[in-house]
Design a protein around this ligand. Structure first.
Ligand SMILES: Nc1ncnc2c1ncn2[C@@H]1O[C@H](COP(=O)(O)OP(=O)(O)OP(=O)(O)O)[C@@H](O)[C@H]1O
Length: 252
């Protein structure tokens, strides 16, 4: 039986003036897999992630999730369908506790406009969901800490917790290891390995050691086009990929 498809990106085009940032980009993410999107600087990876999350509207092409066309849906509707993206820590309240920030994310993303008037039971559910997300990323002992007191590595974990807060089925991770030292990177790899199979993930990351440890399959983006998709082994051996991007890194 064919693997089921969680996300399908077909012929995605995004132009910024005269520059074509994604150029007929097409690839598929299978349900349950950890799929990495790699490529040189400026290849269009972040632009692609923005289009999948709904932050940017494509000029052409189609995005579908679980078989439903989501190309025209606003971001909040995609979130309701189970799509989440790792937040930038800059969007949190630094004086609030770690737990309160995640609880706010849960409430905001599950439709919390009348939050103040919700019954206590509802609030208990929100906090239970927030605690569960923090537990998943290994921040259970830091729930009461003010967010500004977190180390860099803990802040990146919090970003993942914020994305997990609404129990997504598809998680977009844009450079979760950025700015990390080897120990923090290793902790993030362990965290993401722990989520494998539980949530489908699409990862953009420059740390090739981490990528090749984590990914079930990879897609390689060069000049806005996906030039190859396959297993880590197949990608390492792909002559086009080595020529265009990996080169010596293919030995990782
Ligand atoms: N808002 C924008 N306006 C104009 N050009 C943009 C905009 N966003 C991205 N670009 C350009 O689009 C191209 C693709 O950028 P993008 O950030 O998607 O690449 P990337 O693969 O994520 O790069 P990196 O690995 O360095 O993060 C680059 O040439 C970039 O300068």
């Amino acid at each position: 039986m064919a693997d089921s498809c969680k996300l399908q990106v077909f012929g995605l085009v995004k132009r910024f003036g005269g520059l074509t940032a994604t150029d007929q980009a097409s690839f598929e993410v299978r349900t349950g897999e950890m799929h990495a999107l790699i490529g040189p600087n400026g290849a269009g990876k972040t632009t692609l992630i923005h289009q999948i999350s709904g932050a940017l509207r494509p000029d052409a092409g189609r995005i579908s999730m679980d078989g439903a066309d989501i190309t025209q849906l606003p971001m909040h509707r995609r979130v309701r369908l189970g799509l989440a993206r790792s937040y930038q820590i800059t969007s949190v309240f630094k004086a609030f506790s770690v737990l309160d920030n995640v609880a706010l994310a849960v409430q905001a993303r599950t439709g919390g406009a009348a939050g103040c008037w919700r019954p206590a039971r509802r609030e208990a559910d929100v906090y239970a969901q927030a605690r569960h997300a923090l537990d998943r990323v290994g921040l259970a002992a830091r729930v009461d800490a003010p967010t500004h007191s977190l180390s860099h590595g803990e802040q990146r974990k919090l970003e993942v917790a914020l994305a997990l807060a609404t129990s997504p089925s598809l998680l977009l991770l844009d450079e979760p290891m950025a700015g990390m030292g080897p120990e923090e990177s290793e902790a993030m790899v362990e965290l993401l390995l722990g989520l494998r199979g539980e949530v489908t993930m699409l990862l953009v990351e420059h740390d090739m050691h981490a990528v090749f440890r984590l990914a079930d399959r990879l897609s390689v983006l060069v000049y806005g086009r996906v030039i190859a998709t396959g297993s880590p082994e197949a990608i390492r051996r792909n002559a086009d990929v080595c020529r265009a991007y990996l080169g010596d890194e293919a030995t990782v």
